[in-house]
Design a protein around this ligand. Structure first.
Ligand code: AVJ
Ligand code: FE
Length: 440
């Protein structure tokens, strides 16, 4: 997608680096005091100041040391900001940089990066720099931690810290599309060879799928409430063995952050209490809850390949798109991304973002659980390091697709793969359903 001159690509990279840092500081240094930045808001999350210096340390390792070949600034802190060395719940006990030190450290790293960017060569050198890949990797890494910091904000107690713009109006009932659409049997191109994509999205390869039906919108709060009212959390038959084990052990009976009030269901969202909006996609449900709902509805979760074909395949031309709406970069018209809102948008409020088959809200709003474990595509090759993707391959994690309202547009390509444990609820995840097409 970065078909441009090296100079324009460098300007683009510098602007994207700057934008990511403004976002990170907007979630931390600009709005919270040192106590709020250094305390542990939840055992599920890092202290915010850990994420902040971690993105700086990652940038130092990849852009200052690996890409530019410069001397390390702070090799002594690598171990503190190594996610594998330190479980989230324990990071608060590490000798972390203070918020002021983290700001200065990140700025010192960034100054070296911008200086060396001017001399960088993106062609004919090491693969790490081809097409500016490693810069894109570092930019995407920072935005992923910004989304993680938003999950910390959601778990945080106390007065609201983030501005909360109003959502768009729900779509007018002018021309209601069907509940589900048929995706015909046949091949499509899954994955990508995009130069800025992660190794786990590669290589582009052909996948044949039988015909299936997929919901045109993610499951709404109203629908999810029907499952709850019908005793969905109490009926063993809707749950997998692992799901029922989670259900009984956790005692959960509603999405995270919901509680019942005499007047109906309320939720806490970034420090504000409000009625659960019926037309919004449900979020903060785990994989097990998504699977149980789908069983109750007489459906199932889509596979990862089914999700991607619904998002990218254009039956009219037989081609596979970068985004559901085509090749154009995402705009607010297409998708609810980039933390412009602190919530998913109501059903079908962005018709310009629908896929050729008429599937809405695939990109943005909520991450969507799929039934597929996180595994390598055929022909996968580690690049540039196994700790991004490869060490997570296996049956423990499920793939999530499409990005959430908190995901930066730079990661909204419809090949992007996220993954998490099937019990996770603090991420901005929901789901849609699918089912096999009746044999003809
Ligand atoms: C792709 C979102 C699962 O946050 O654990 C951040 C991204 N990798 N730092 C995560 C990531 C290294 C990753 N996810
Ligand atoms: Fe990280």
């Amino acid at each position: 997608s970065e078909q441009t001159t090296p100079e324009r690509l460098k300007d683009h990279i510098a602007a994207q680096l700057q934008q990511a840092r403004e976002r990170s500081e907007g979630l931390t240094l600009d709005i919270l005091d040192d106590d709020e930045l250094t305390r542990q808001h939840s055992p599920l999350m890092s202290p915010l100041v850990w994420d902040l210096a971690h993105v700086g340390n990652y940038e130092e390792q990849w852009l200052v040391r690996a890409a530019a070949g410069q001397r390390a600034l702070r090799p002594d802190i690598d171990v503190i900001y190594d996610a594998f060395e330190n479980p989230r719940a324990e990071r608060v006990h590490l000798p972390l940089l203070s918020p002021g030190e983290a700001r200065a450290y990140n700025a010192a790293v960034r100054a070296r990066v911008l200086d060396s960017l001017e001399r960088a060569r993106f062609e004919g050198g090491p693969p790490l720099l081809n097409g500016g890949f490693v810069y894109g990797m570092v930019i995407q890494h920072e935005h992923q931690h910004d989304e993680t910091m938003l999950a910390t904000h959601q778990l945080r107690r106390g007065a609201p810290a983030l501005p909360d713009p109003p959502p768009p109006a729900p779509a007018s009932a002018g021309r209601p599309a069907g509940e589900e659409v048929l995706i015909e049997a046949g091949p499509f191109t899954m994955g990508t060879d995009d130069p800025w994509a992660y190794d786990n999205e590669r290589p582009a390869h052909t996948v044949h799928l039988p015909a299936y039906l997929i919901d045109t919108v993610p499951v709404s709060n109203a629908r999810y409430l029907e499952f709850m009212a019908d005793g969905g959390y109490d009926e063993r038959r809707w749950w997998s063995d692992a799901g029922w084990e989670w259900r009984t052990r956790s005692g959960k009976r509603a999405p995270a952050f919901w509680h019942r009030d005499p007047g109906g269901w309320l939720r806490r969202r970034f420090g504000r209490i409000e009625p659960v909006p019926p037309e919004e996609p449900v979020q903060h449900v785990c994989f097990h809850e998504a699977q149980a709902y789908a069983a109750w509805a007489g459906k199932r979760l889509p596979t990862e390949a089914e999700w991607e074909k619904a998002a990218r395949y254009d039956p009219a031309s037989g081609t596979t798109r970068r985004f559901p709406w085509g090749e154009e970069e995402p705009s607010p018209r297409h998708a609810n991304l980039g933390q412009r809102l602190l919530r998913p948008a109501p059903a079908k409020s962005l018709p310009a973002g629908a896929s050729p088959a008429g599937v809405h809200q695939l990109v943005g709003d909520v991450w969507e659980w799929t039934s597929t474990p996180f595994r390598a595509y055929p022909g996968f090759r580690v690049f540039p390091y196994s700790e991004y993707s490869e060490v997570f391959f296996g049956s423990e994690y499920r793939v999530l697709r499409g990005g959430s309202w908190a995901t930066h547009p730079g990661m909204a390509r419809a090949t992007f793969r996220n993954w998490d444990f099937p019990i996770r609820r603090q991420i901005f995840a929901g789901f849609r359903c699918a089912r096999d097409a009746e044999p003809v």
